[in-house]
Every structure is written in structure tokens, then in C-alpha cells.
Design a protein around this ligand. Sequence first.
Ligand SMILES: Nc1ncnc2c1ncn2[C@@H]1O[C@H](COP(=O)(O)OP(=O)(O)OP(=O)(O)O)[C@@H](O)[C@H]1O
Length: 321
Amino acid sequence: MIKVSGLRKVYGSVVALDGVDLHVRKGEIFGVLGQSGAGKSTLLRCVNLLERPTAGAVTVDGRELTALGEGELRRARQGIGMIHQHFALLSSRTVAGNVAFPLEIMGMPRDRRAKRVVELLELVGLTGKAKAYPAQLSGGQKQRVGIARALAGEPSVLLSDEATSALDPGTTQSILALLKRLNRELGLTILLITHEMDVIKAVCDSAAIMSDGRIEEAGPIPELLARPGSRLTQELFPLPPAEPGSVTITFTGTYTGRADEPVVSQVVRKFDVDVNILGGALEDVAGVSAGRLRVRLTGEESGAALGYLRDRGLLVEVASR
Ligand SMILES: Nc1ncnc2c1ncn2[C@@H]1O[C@H](COP(=O)(O)OP(=O)(O)OP(=O)(O)O)[C@@H](O)[C@H]1O
């Protein structure tokens, strides 16, 4: 749905994007994680060409935006909604007036517009707030207005620029739940940028880690969890540095059992080994239970025990001595 290739953006001597390739599939929620200055906002602004990339191509829904002139680009942008960290609402307009704004620009007649605004406010759970002004709303309500406005033109893609960063944890979860519902119900493809791992954990199907204008790793989350040495996995389930000879077991989307299954006690029962648990973390990620466990295995049948764990679809990494 979104394809970015060889994207570069240079501001004077600052290289904000240094050859970014990204593929967001139709109907997924894709999260780009990175620290401040990594280039996330620049990437998002280049996807809808609010910012012209220095080099590279951006294709959204089959149209190469980087090849379009300004008039065509304006029309193509109607298929791409955007929400912002600080909501970017018009303070002099009511909630309904804010949501109606893009429809006015599109030239939709007044009666159809009014009907569409009612539908949109219902969609985001703001029925009853149509006549309120932004200053009278909570942060979460303001972001709901932002979402309704972004969806006014029935976009197939929504770009989210740190949409929950200004919100408290409870409100963050309710906005993320709304985004997930819109993704499922409308088949909306969402590309979001965030510096919070919790956002990735809560709603994303795929993720990328970005630093210094480059993508370090990217892909569907279950695949990243199954990839040896994955940075995302290390950040999701932090463990102290591995001691030589210790074994790190990652429960991934390809695991044939459940992550909370007593796989360790099975190993002890089946093989002549002792297992010493050094640390671990387990959580729900992208709707699956996943995690990492660090152990030390001793005994004659250690090799066979490791083979058994691998056969069950677990990622097993032994730290070199
Ligand atoms: N308009 C601009 N002019 C000059 N430099 C810019 C401009 N926009 C971004 N940069 C620089 O590009 C780099 C990437 O910035 P960007 O805002 O994309 O990062 P970010 O990951 O979104 O960080 P943050 O979360 O702090 O916004 C930074 O070094 C920044 O200073």
C-alpha cells in the first residue's frame, strides 16, 4: 500500500533520511520506532510529500507520488489522512466545523457535509460534542476530532505523527484502541511513528526501527521476533548482557505451543539436564504472547535439549564462550 524506496532528505549539512526503504502492506498497522532526531517526522512528511524528498520514490495505493505535479498531488493527498501530536485543530471553529473543514475544501455541498460530519463524529465516539470548541475538550477528545477530520475524505491510508505522545497512559490506550478499530472496520492502512515501544506493542502488526536517518530492521513483528539478534526483540524484552555459554530462548510467532507453557520443565523431564533460570520477560505483543528467557543448561544431554527446543519453533541462541 505504501512503498518507499531509496528515500533521501538533506537539509543543508544535515542528512535527515539516508536511503530509506519501507513497505507497508494493505490493511496493516505499521509502526516506526526511533529516538528524537532519528528522522521519523521527516519520513512521514515525505510519504505524503508535505516535504519533497531530495531523492527516492514514494508510491501510495499504486500511484507514484514523487512523479506527480502539484495539482495531481493535491488530489492524491485526499486518499491520505494525517493526525498530529498536538492535534492541529482550528480553535475558532467548533468540533463540527473542524471536521467539516476538509469537506468544504473538497467542495462537498452543505447538506451532504452536515450528514457526513454526524457520521464521522459517531465513528470516533464524539456524538454530542459537535458544538463544543477545542478549548473545551480533553486531549483525548481533541485527538478524536483530529481523527474524524483525517477520515473525512475517506482515505485508504492514515499517517500518525506521534498521535498519542501528548496524552496520559489511559487516554493513549483508548486512542490506540480507536485506531485499531478503524483499521479493522474500515480496512484502513496506518503508518505511525512513535518513540514509545508500548505503542508498537499495543497495536502494530509490523514495525521498523529507525536511527540516524536509516531503517535498522523492519518486518512483521512475529518475523522480527524470530530473527536472531533482532534489536526490536531486545528492546521489547530487555535482558542483561548474555554470559558466555548462557542460552537465550525467544518465544516467537512461529512457536508451536503457548509462551506460558512450562517448556523448561518439559526439557528437564525429557533430558538429563539441569536448567538454571537467569532472567526473562513475557508479554502480549501484536496479540500474541511472546517473550525471552535466559537460562544456563548443564548436563550430558544439553545438546539434545537445545535441539528439542528448536524443533518446537523456538529461537535458541547460545552466547559464545
Ligand atoms: N526543516 C528542517 N530544517 C533543517 N533540519 C531539519 C528540518 N526538519 C528536520 N531536520 C533535522 O533532521 C533530523 C531528523 O529530524 P526529524 O524531526 O525527522 O526526527 P524525529 O525522529 O521525528 O525526531 P522528533 O521525534 O524529535 O521529531 C534532525 O537532525 C533535525 O534537526
